[in-house]
Design a protein around this ligand. Structure first.
Ligand code: TYM
Length: 328
């Protein structure tokens, strides 16, 4: 059993969108056959910003359901909810005690998020990347498939692991981020200068995985483009570049063949064709989601089994860490 270990996490702070899917989840699905996988719905990360309890409970189930609907298989991957495995919080505390504050002050995502939630920035939000490091390190992870925005957090996790190993001996595997060459940063539809995100105020900016066909058509129709005509990949034209990138990822075509295909077509054609491609790509996922959430207790029992499997690994690792530090 020499398979490399993959770990990744996803928050339950709203519905999943195409950025989450193309930047992360679709790669988890592809990678799962080759690796030993842990995929976690990170509800403890989610509460670093206030969540209404009822909504949080529903969002955790929705996200977990979408992972299975997207093609994550219980036979190949351990899927579970972070708060069901206590070792994550316990290791986060230990890592807190070896992580210098200065390292966290450098995290760009904290700067962005604390600007967005100025009225109340919790200690948890500041400490968020340390909990993320605990997630990854508990499972002796080699690879962390994520979108580009998580690169800095994975690098911090390596630094924390190295510092721990230097003080206490070789305990942690040093993980590496796996960021897809295309799709690591899917941009917003109305504001293509910024990444697509779950933020509520920008509902037309993101295509959510459970959006019905008409919503998808109307959002893509409204997507920002430019005043030029030519349809080709060009980073200096973020709107068109983003629409083409989404098209490319969902059809699996090469850049050149996408450009040739649209050579004599208009922006209107591009938008209409892209909308149909998105709708068709999400259709099987939406159908599976309906099936598996329609059957009472099915999803919960999968998550229970996932938590048991994750816990048995994480608990053993945590005991080893306690001994190394002198807590046992
Ligand atoms: P989260 O929930 O914000 O996003 C989940 C995954 O989706 C990727 N992603 C994107 N990729 C491309 N384009 C976008 N517009 C886009 N938006 C989001 C994210 O990079 C991520 O891979 N901190 C993590 C959750 C986490 C985690 C972990 C990840 C907690 N512990 C341990 C890996 C390992 C986050 O907030 O993801």
């Amino acid at each position: 059993m020499d398979k490399k270990r993959v770990f990744s996490g996803i928050q339950a702070s709203g519905s999943l969108h195409l950025g989450n899917y193309l930047g992360a989840v679709s790669n988890w699905v592809k990678m799962q056959e080759e690796y030993d996988n842990y995929f976690c719905v990170v509800d403890l990360h989610t509460i670093t910003v206030y969540q209404e309890p009822k909504q949080l409970r529903a969002a955790v189930r929705e996200v977990a359901g979408l992972l299975f609907a997207a093609g994550i298989r219980e036979e190949r991957s351990v899927v579970y909810v972070q708060s069901h495995v206590r070792a994550h919080s316990e290791l986060a505390w230990i890592l807190n005690c070896i992580t210098p504050m200065g390292w966290l002050h450098r995290m760009t995502q904290f700067k962005e998020k604390s600007d967005q939630h100025k009225e109340e920035v919790s200690v948890g939000l500041f400490d968020y990347p340390v909990l993320q490091a605990a997630d990854i390190l508990l499972y002796d992870t080699h690879l962390v498939p994520v979108g580009e925005d998580q690169k800095q957090h994975v690098e911090l996790c390596r630094d924390i692991a190295q510092r721990f190993n230097f003080r206490y001996g070789d305990v942690f595997t040093l993980p590496e981020a796996f960021i897809p060459p295309v799709g690591g940063r899917v941009m917003g539809l109305t504001n293509p200068e910024k990444k697509m995100s779950k933020s509520e105020e920008k509902l037309d900016d993101a295509i959510f995985l459970l959006d019905p066909p008409d919503r998808i058509r109307s959002k893509i129709k409204k997507a920002t483009t430019d005043s030029l005509k030519e349809i080709r990949f060009d980073e200096s034209r973020p709107g068109i570049n983003n629409l083409l990138t989404i098209y490319q990822l969902l059809t699996g075509k090469e850049k050149e063949s996408v450009e040739n295909y649209f050579a004599d077509k208009s922006y209107k054609d591009l938008k209409e064709e892209l909308a149909e491609v998105v709708i068709e790509s999400l259709k099987p996922l939406q159908e599976r989601y309906k099936e598996l959430t329609g059957e009472k207790g099915y999803l919960d029992s999968m998550l229970e089994r996932g938590a048991e499997r994750a816990e048995s690994y994480a608990e053993r690792k945590l005991q080893k860490i306690y001994r190394k530090i002198g807590l046992r």
